[in-house]
Design a protein. Structure first.
Lengths: 114, 110
């Protein structure tokens, strides 16, 4: 298996622009997680899905952030409009079985908002 | 607030030495996991220890869990330069969600 795939790996955009991050989880995994990592705040859980359904989005910082999972093999995290404080590395992870089982992380998307 | 907190925040050792990192947590858990993150990469799962286990080994890794003290330690024996990375503990917060600590940055000097 190729593991969790994320795209793009790097994104540089200007304040106010829309940003879309993409994730393909490991086939057969029924949990998908979106995290944000910064030096100041560490690794933060933004939202997670179970069987394509959003379960907990309490970590989404603002209404500017939205996430979808239209099918079992694809998810997006969208920021509109983007702000400089959104600059971070965004990770997608997937797992099977329990939501607290081993998570498999993608390589991340490094987002820079100018 | 974070469920797990690693200690120390940073550790620098010579190749061949052992590295010990600690994790403390606040509420009861079903399991505790350790992950490694190399610079610029995603986290990679290392080992999972359940609340009814006290010690677990995987290659050069040894993990202990003391539920009475709400703490765990990760020992890397005979460290190598390739072990240079950040190490995170993650606790399941009594089956609710997996919560990651702030990590320990390990530097192994050749």
């Amino acid at each position: 298996d190729a593991g969790v795939i994320q795209s793009p790996r790097h994104e540089v955009t200007e304040m106010g622009q829309e940003v879309t991050l993409r994730c393909k989880p490991i086939s057969g995994h029924d949990y998908l997680f979106w995290y944000r990592q910064t030096m100041m705040r560490g690794l933060e859980l933004l939202i997670y899905f179970n069987n394509n359904v959003p379960i907990d989005d309490s970590g989404m910082p603002e209404d500017r952030f939205s996430a979808k999972m239209p099918n079992a093999s694809f998810s997006t995290l969208k920021i509109q409009p983007s702000e400089p404080r959104d600059s971070a590395v965004y990770f997608c992870a997937s797992s099977s079985g329990q939501r607290t089982d081993t998570q498999y992380f993608g390589p991340g998307t490094r987002l820079t908002v100018l | 607030s974070q469920q797990g907190e690693e200690d120390p925040q940073a550790l620098s050792i010579q190749e061949g030495e052992n590295a010990t990192m600690n994790c403390s947590y606040k509420t009861s858990i079903n399991n505790l996991q350790w992950y490694r993150q190399n610079s610029g990469r995603g986290l990679v799962h290392l080992i999972l220890i359940r609340s009814n286990e006290r010690e677990k080994h995987s290659g050069r890794l040894r993990v202990t869990l003391d539920t009475s003290k709400k703490s765990s330690s990760l020992l890397i024996t005979a460290s190598r330069a390739a072990d240079t990375a950040s190490y995170f503990c993650a606790t399941d917060n009594a089956g609710n969600m997996l919560t990651f600590g702030g990590g320990t940055r390990l530097m192994v000097k050749p």
